[in-house]
Design a protein around this ligand. Structure first.
Ligand SMILES: [Zn+2]
Length: 344
């Protein structure tokens, strides 16, 4: 019975969102002419085993995306990709893919792994090989969304709550500093986690950190303070510009473990369901045009069909910024961060 009510609540929730979307679609924010074709850089996308390089390139070409970061999802049963797979795609298509050393692994869900060194020992030679473009995504504080969308493993919750300041993470920050590779971290910017992140950024001021999802879906005032304080910090906007039809992404859901649809206090969307940018975020992006990058964050097979729609949503979002800021956030900042295409 409880399941039935949960199911019904979910259906009603989506019905309301879809209705709101269809009512607002007529007054959606328009896409500027130059942005319809401007090449974009997808700096946060995932790789599962069933995605071929050719399939990804087809998505990219259809959506006008020039380069893509491949974050391999190692999770067995829902992912199965490897660092070597991401690297092989980048070796075959150096001008299209940037491979990451993946952090989405079941062993890293365990607090013990963050006290040990086995992941570090595996990662260090890869980072030093200069074949990879970054490390992560490390899932540190993350709420499940299996209540909202059909992931391939409904039985697994995506709830992860780990400390950030661990022996392993400190070694990874040090590795990031020495290798120059950025660390991509998913950590919801709740007050305690925010302070942990501050501590790590203070301790490792030269390490490049990409704090995923607009620096933990934080309000503009908090992002401002962090960007001013930590010059090596970049916020990615992965999954935060969402299509109004079938909306799903970190920009929309107030996912919170065990509490259906109750907002997390820190969560600040960057746009509304009608695609209109949150004015505080527009000011933030204009104030720090060099510090944001975009990403589609297509993590699960059910979402593959949405690739072009998510890119369109980003084009709509960028249209509400000055052309120079749009070009930087949509492409140039990631190009600078990952460098020109090189043989790996
Ligand atoms: Zn994430």
């Amino acid at each position: 019975m409880k399941d039935f009510w949960r199911f019904l609540k979910r259906k009603i929730f989506f019905a309301i969102i879809s209705l709101a979307a269809s009512l607002t679609v007529g007054c959606m924010a328009p896409i500027s002419g130059y942005l319809e074709t401007m090449p974009l850089f997808d700096a946060h996308n995932h790789l599962n085993r069933d995605e071929s390089a050719e399939m990804l390139i087809k998505w990219m070409d259809e959506a006008g995306v020039r380069r893509m970061v491949l974050v391999p999802r190692h999770y067995t049963s829902d992912g199965w990709a490897t660092d070597e797979m991401a690297l092989s795609y980048a070796q075959r298509f150096p001008d299209r893919f940037i491979p990451f050393i993946g952090g989405q692994r079941f062993d890293l869900w365990e607090a013990n792994a963050w006290r040990g060194d086995s992941f570090f020992l595996e990662t260090k030679p890869k980072a030093e090989s200069r074949q990879f473009g970054g490390l992560g995504e490390f899932i540190i504080l993350h709420y499940t969304y299996t209540k909202y969308v059909p992931t391939t493993r409904q039985d697994l919750s995506g709830d992860v709550r780990l400390p950030l300041n661990t022996p392993l993470m400190n070694r990874l920050f040090e590795l990031g500093q020495k290798s120059g590779l950025p660390l991509l971290i998913h950590a919801e910017a709740e007050p305690e986690m925010t302070e942990e992140m501050r501590h790590m950024l203070q301790k490792w001021p030269e390490t490049k950190v990409i704090w995923a999802h607009n620096c933990g879906r934080a309000p503009a005032s908090q992002v401002t303070e962090f960007l001013k304080t930590f010059p090596q910090l970049t916020c990615d906007l992965a999954g935060m510009a969402v299509p109004s039809f079938n909306p799903f992404g970190w920009g929309i859901f107030n996912t919170r473990a065990g509490q259906d649809y109750r907002p997390n206090s820190h969560v600040t969307p960057i746009q509304g369901i009608d695609g209109k940018i949150n004015p505080s975020m527009r000011d933030l992006f204009e104030q720090f045009p060099d510090r944001f990058i975009i990403g589609t964050d297509i993590a699960h097979p059910f979402a593959y069909l949405r690739y072009k729609d998510v890119i369109t949503a980003f084009r709509r979002l960028l249209s509400q910024l000055s052309p120079e800021t749009a070009r930087k956030i949509g492409h140039d900042n990631a190009e600078r961060m990952f460098g020109p295409a090189t043989a790996r």
